[in-house]
Design a protein around this ligand. Structure first.
Ligand code: ZN
Length: 234
């Protein structure tokens, strides 16, 4: 196990892209992992490569640290779930207070597969962008869930993985602050232009804060975070 090496769960969104920069700032070797689970916003898988290429081009001190990219197909997740993230249905609130974009078990499965891959690759650190500060209320984004998962995968695989969630206590505005601190204006611009958050996969409409439909919960969070950050720096 390499203690100086990390695997970043990199979806192609703002949060995981910022986590990737966070990991490149700290670890000598960083690999990335994405999941193809039939998400409606499949375009996020396409911007992953664009964002990685931009890091290689514009951040030479990180380029030497950025290792392999992995994409795992998890078709089963789509098969078992009936959600607005995996089906062409309208995004709405459910009776239990969760939006119907919640994919049950998603992050539990993602972290478990990430650990299995890190096991094979000999990477001690897992980095993931979950956040319980400024989020849609998904229970598998909570700090307690992820701390319990760290214990579970370490027991189940007889390893000492460390699961990092650098955004857990940061709201979306603070996530922009972090990107700015890590990579300055060039990183802010890369995140703005070459990451994707919109649940509907809209890349046709360009806003100050990036691309998206402008109306779904993911766009709403991203826009409010950007406005709060820009407002504080105006
Ligand atoms: Zn949207």
């Amino acid at each position: 196990m390499r203690d100086d090496a990390a695997l970043v769960l990199f979806s192609g969104g703002q949060d995981s892209a910022t986590c990737l920069a966070w990991a490149l700032d700290r670890f000598a070797h960083v690999e990335t992992l994405g999941f193809d689970y039939g998400q409606r916003h499949r375009v996020e898988l396409e911007v992953r490569a664009t964002f990685r290429a931009r890091l290689l081009r514009e951040f030479p001190h990180w380029a030497a640290r950025l290792g392999e990219d992995h994409v795992l197909a998890l078709d089963a997740l789509r098969a078992v779930s009936d959600t607005a993230l995996t089906r062409d249905t309208e995004i709405a609130m459910q009776a239990d207070g969760l939006p119907n974009t919640f994919v049950p078990g998603r992050n539990l499965i993602f972290v478990t597969f990430a650990a299995a891959l890190a096991y094979r690759r000999g990477l001690r650190h897992l980095v993931a962008g979950m956040c319980e500060t400024d989020y849609s209320g998904y229970p598998d984004c909570r700090d307690d869930t992820l701390k319990a998962l760290q214990v579970a995968v370490n027991l189940g695989m007889e390893r000492r993985f460390v699961l990092h969630t650098p955004l857990m206590r940061r709201d979306k505005a603070a996530t922009w602050v972090l990107a700015d601190r890590l990579g300055g204006a060039p990183l802010v611009e890369a995140v703005r232009e070459d990451t994707h958050s919109c649940y509907l996969g809209d890349r046709a409409q360009r806003h100050d804060w990036g691309y998206g439909c402008g109306a779904c919960p993911a766009c709403d969070l991203r826009r409010r975070g950007w406005d709060a950050w820009r407002g504080a720096h105006a």
